[in-house]
Design a protein around this ligand. Structure first.
Ligand SMILES: *Cc1c(COP(=O)(O)O)cnc(C)c1O
Length: 375
């Protein structure tokens, strides 16, 4: 097989040759050329959410979780100073956000929802009426655990009405689902290089609302995670505070150029929506059932029930699909046995159709019958 395996995962994901080729050079972090790349990256990322007037963009080294942790550390004051986070929890990434908030010693409450449902803005409204001590709400825009799209605009409106800060983990939705900072108010929104922008993994970034930025000074108990400090230094020098992931940064700049050339967020959403439709139709025809109702499904990653057949084993299934050039993703649900297939990355309907064929053959390898479910 003369091509890399297709990554049907929610990051890292399949990238274009052009993005990979951008990494073939060495860059000095102090050099004017690299400083210009960072500046243009920050400007272009802001434009994607129309946040030029309202927000600043602060990049951070590390995987996406590092930036979620940094956003909480930077925005939420210690509890003695009134910091109290409420996590809207409908899955694994919500639980991770709650855990990191707690581990930083911030006060943390959780409002729980079912894993196969979006979180409810009405329930949030009631909770904020009942407990006015909450200072910040954390919302995961697309809960990558099951693939649910959560109601960002509705949640943001409730937070604004109650005067609460909103921190959004938009890791797996940014650049694909629409997010408009002019109409949706958030204090921080977090995403990363290796998701829907189709860069390589290694850096995250956080949009911080200008109106709250000054109040963030001194909140962070961590030097490396302090986004206020990172921003102040970057404004002053154009440089990253500590060694930047230079190759990741230039690859992301190249990936954003392709994103812009291909029509930006609406075009990306259209391609992923098509990928998702081809996938769901193809696997449904094999008798595999999506876990979510279609109206809750974001076109990012699809959870399927594992086949109810004694011969099914995820590891064998994975290996059989891998041998055909496709990497699947294990399920992340606690109650039911599932597997996941990503719709994102530099892939289109041809790759999705090939992936469906690979799954069909993998099931045949294991002796599991395929075909539409018996009526
Ligand atoms: C990918 C992802 C993250 C970050 O995960 P990392 O492994 O740290 O990159 C956070 N939240 C969501 C919703 C994600 O999809």
């Amino acid at each position: 097989m003369d091509r890399d395996r297709i990554l049907l995962t929610p990051g890292p994901l399949t990238t274009t040759l052009r993005t990979k080729l951008a990494m073939l050079h060495d860059w000095g972090s102090w050099d004017a050329d690299f400083i210009a790349v960072t500046a243009s990256l920050r400007r272009r990322l802001l434009a994607i959410v129309h946040g030029q007037d309202s927000h600043v963009l602060v990049p951070l080294q590390g995987s996406g979780t590092f930036s979620v942790e940094a956003a909480v550390a930077t925005l939420v004051p210690p509890s003695e100073q009134g910091g109290h986070v409420l996590v809207l929890d409908n899955g694994a990434y919500c639980k991770r956000a709650g855990k990191l908030t707690q581990m930083m010693g911030r006060r943390c409450s959780v409002l729980g929802f079912a894993e196969d449902q979006p979180v409810s803005a009405e329930a949030l409204d009631a909770k904020l009426h009942a407990d006015p001590s909450v200072s910040h709400v954390i919302l995961i825009h697309c809960e990558t655990g099951a693939g649910v799209e959560n109601p960002l605009a509705e949640v943001a409106a409730v937070c604004e009405r109650h005067g609460k800060g909103l921190i959004v983990d938009a890791m797996s939705s940014f650049a694909a689902l629409p997010i408009d900072a002019r109409s949706v108010r958030f204090d921080a929104l977090v995403a990363a290089s290796g998701k829907c922008l189709e860069g390589v993994p290694g850096m995250g970034f956080v949009f911080i609302r200008k109106a709250v930025l000054e109040r963030c000074a001194g909140n962070s108990q961590s030097l490396a995670m302090d986004l206020h400090d990172q921003h102040t230094y970057m404004e002053k020098t154009g440089q990253w505070r500590f060694t930047p992931p230079t190759h990741v940064v230039v690859a992301l700049a190249e990936a954003i150029s392709q994103f812009e050339e291909l029509g930006g967020q609406p075009a990306r959403l259209a391609r992923y929506t098509d990928n998702c439709a081809v996938l769901v139709a193809g696997l449904s025809a094999l008798g595999l059932r999506p876990y979510l109702k279609p109206q809750h499904q974001a076109p990012i990653i699809v959870t399927f029930h594992a086949p109810e057949h004694p011969a099914y084993d995820f590891k064998r299934f994975y290996d059989a699909a891998r041998a055909r050039g496709f990497l699947l993703y294990p399920g992340k649900l606690t109650q039911v046995e599932t597997f996941r297939v990503g719709c994102i990355g530099a892939i289109g309907r041809n790759e999705m159709q090939q992936a469906v064929n690979a799954v069909a053959e993998a099931l045949q390898d294991m002796g599991i019958p395929t075909g539409p479910p018996a009526l």
